[in-house]
Ligand binder design. Structure first.
Ligand code: NDP
Length: 385
């Protein structure tokens, strides 16, 4: 009998929902790149239910207990006295989510002598020290593709809401005001603006495709150039690096993974290369940007707005400056965990566990680290330094 330790965000404050706003969600069977959506046997939940929080348990209990394994689900993840640290030394599998990450540091991996699989229920495994996991021969896998469109939709929403000054205008309406001039004195159309994404992987390209009909000029940078067909279909301008891109655009989107050399990639120096009044959207990872440099750039007007859903650490402390800095459109880390996204990443988590426990290979696209090295998607997207 093995122990599977699963860390999920807490249930809603009002308790686990007795019913939902809608009676179901559309079935998505595959993604734009041809990859099929997860297809495990005997899904333990009804798609559309809140499975991402503690009581939802990702719908895994029936499957794991059926095999005689113990499933421990907790949201208590930080500090030496946490439930997570208590169970870690016995855990064979750790399941965590980027939204409420159980940080698997080098020290914690050293304590987890039985650990064989670190499974990210979602996308982005930077909360795991990948180098330490590789050295300890722990497999790291994530549910690649499961919430890419969920995030791309969130980016489009944030681009429009920042540029059109939606959130402050909504506040005036809620408070009984009709201050049109106050609302519109920071409100523009996106049509004709230049938009650039730093990284055009699964999410980055989906954002470009969704913004194309808005009549923006689209730019990107990525270590690998997209095909000529895609570039001409979307009218893309390619930039060899981020500096060249930020000089040319009005709106910047960050969509690259976090690894040691991308930490604080956007700092005072990078902001100085931008046009005054640039908008920055970051749904990739909080640590890609220098926290205080963002605040300075908003206060000076170098940035006209900053929106995103990723912070460091998570959950962000109550006094995190991004909660109160001017012209921000921050949300908690929610873009990749809509009820629609959860249905796919919970199904993918079960599919990976079924492969692991039934001796079948984990899909190549789900692998980040395997057999002591970066593997699959991990070998393409991450660096260990
Ligand atoms: P992909 O692996 O499909 O794409 C990542 C892209 O980043 C690849 O095209 C890669 O290039 C590129 N890249 C890597 N390093 C750099 C660099 N230094 N500069 C520019 N580009 C770089 O990942 P996804 O699009 O699915 O996800 C991207 C990130 O978004 C995730 O790593 C995660 O951090 C975040 N995310 C956030 C979510 C949320 O809920 N907010 C949910 C899902 C993901 P190439 O492969 O061509 O070498």
């Amino acid at each position: 009998m093995a122990k599977v330790l699963c860390v999920l965000y807490p249930d809603p404050q009002a308790g686990y929902p007795p019913h939902y706003a809608r009676d179901g969600i559309p079935t998505i069977s595959g993604y734009a790149n041809g990859q099929t959506a997860p297809a495990p046997n005997n899904l333990g939940f009804t798609p559309g239910e809140l499975v991402g929080s503690v009581s939802g348990e990702l719908g895994l209990r029936t499957y794991l207990e059926g095999l005689g394994h113990e499933l421990v689900v907790t949201s208590d993840k930080d500090g030496p006295d946490s439930e997570f640290e208590k169970h870690l030394p016995d855990a064979e599998v750790v399941i965590s989510q980027p939204f409420w990450p159980a940080y698997l540091t080098r020290e914690r991996i050293a304590k987890a002598k039985k650990l064989r699989l670190a499974l990210t229920a979602g996308i982005g495994s930077d909360h795991v020290d990948l180098d330490a996991a590789a050295r300890a021969k722990v497999t790291v896998a994530e549910v690649t593709g499961s919430n890419s469109i969920s995030v791309a939709e969130h980016v489009v929403m944030m681009v429009l809401s920042l540029v059109r000054n939606y959130l402050p205008s909504h506040e005036y309406a809620v408070k009984g005001g009709w201050n049109i001039a106050d609302c519109v004195s920071r409100s523009y159309d996106v049509e004709g603006m230049h938009f650039g994404t730093v990284a055009a992987g699964r999410i980055g390209i989906a954002v470009l495709r969704r913004l194309h009909p808005f009549g923006l000029h689209l730019h990107y940078t990525d270590p690998h150039r997209l095909s000529e067909k895609v570039e001409s279909e979307l009218g893309l301008t390619y930039h060899p690096d981020a500096v060249s891109l930020v000089k040319a655009v009005d709106i910047v989107n960050l969509q690259m993974p976090l690894y040691p050399s991308t930490e604080h990639f956007f700092d005072d120096k990078m902001f100085a290369h931008m046009k005054r009044g640039t908008y920055l959207v970051n749904t990739a990872r909080g640590k890609l940007v220098d926290r205080d440099a963002v605040v300075r750039a908003l206060e000076s007007g170098q940035l006209a707005g900053y929106a995103g859903d990723v912070w460091y650490p998570q959950p962000a402390p109550a006094d995190h400056p991004w909660r109160t800095m001017p012209f921000n459109g921050m949300t908690p880390h929610i873009s990749g965990t809509s009820l629609s996204a959860q249905a796919r990443y919970a199904a993918g988590t079960l599919e990976i566990l079924q492969s692991f426990y039934e001796g079948k290979p984990i899909r190549e696209e789900y692998l980040i680290v395997d057999a002591g090295a970066l593997a699959g998607t991990g070998a393409k997207s991450y660096k260990l330094t």
